[in-house]
Design a binder for this molecule. Structure first.
Ligand code: PEP
Length: 255
């Protein structure tokens, strides 16, 4: 049985002070509620990681970075390593988000390097995959997912996969207000689960959590997470307000 995971990707929003206020509000909502059985993660910008970890201490809220560089240290201006993220107290990292793939040159090869760096550095990678609208219209969705997963997780062992999180995020659904239907998400997640079983073995495939991402909101989470292979959500816009993020967490608790 996989515990549902709801992760909030803040993207380039919120200062450290704003993040602390957010965490206080969110943990207040969680503490006051009877919601349990859902893992909760927030991914604020690098500059807010330490403050978020401090504000979340003793709560169920985990903290993730949004990216990393695969080298441990070096002359890589503007980059941050897994060891540096780990030192903030964050324990997860989003890798290969479609915005990083389309705007900042991430490829399956760099995603693979980053995934290995995260694992070596003691971080849980949340590896993002997903097709564009053109690819979906050309019926290439499953082939695109196969290539992204195979190459992004190259040389990952079954034992490592069981602790990795995969986020299926159709690019056409991110930040557009147009989410995949539960049936579309369910079909892609089922396909991903079958491939994980084929490539990493039954045990690892059953332990690996696969999140859906793309315009998840309080009013659509329940139907999405009801799909058997949807283990939670990676939430962008709707995670920025603690009340709406909490409503999504509540919706996932039904699983
Ligand atoms: C995301 O940034 O990963 C995302 C899914 O964004 P949104 O929920 O805003 O579509």
């Amino acid at each position: 049985m996989r515990t549902p995971l709801i992760a909030g990707n803040f993207k380039m929003f919120k200062t450290a002070a704003e993040t602390v206020t957010y965490v206080k509000d969110l943990r207040g909502l969680i503490t006051a509620s009877k919601v349990f059985g859902v893992d909760v993660v927030i991914a604020p910008p690098f500059t807010s990681l330490s403050a978020a970890v401090d504000a979340a201490a003793g709560s169920v809220i985990g903290v993730a970075a949004q990216n990393l560089h695969w080298e441990r240290e070096g002359a890589f201006t503007g980059e941050v390593s897994a060891a540096m993220v780990h030192a903030t107290g964050a324990r997860l990292v989003i890798i290969g988000h479609s915005e990083r793939r389309t705007l900042f040159g991430d490829t399956n090869e760099t995603v693979n390097k980053k995934t290995h760096a995260a694992i070596t550095g003691g971080l849980v990678p949340i590896v993002c995959v997903g097709e564009t609208l053109d690819q979906r219209d050309r019926n290439e969705t499953m082939a695109v997912l196969d290539k992204q997963i195979k190459e992004s997780l190259d040389r990952v062992t079954g034992e490592q996969l069981s602790r990795i999180v995969i986020a299926y995020e159709p690019v056409w659904a991110i930040g557009t207000g147009r989410n995949a239907t539960p049936a579309q998400a369910g079909e892609a997640h089922f396909h991903i689960r079958q491939r994980l079983k084929q490539w990493f073995g039954l045990d690892a495939s059953e332990k690996c959590r696969v999140l859906y991402g793309g315009s998840v909101k309080p009013d659509n989470i329940a139907k999405l997470i009801a799909e058997p292979d949807v283990d939670g959500a990676l939430v962008g816009g709707a995670s920025l307000d603690p009340k709406s993020f909490f409503a999504i967490i509540t919706g996932a608790a039904a699983k």
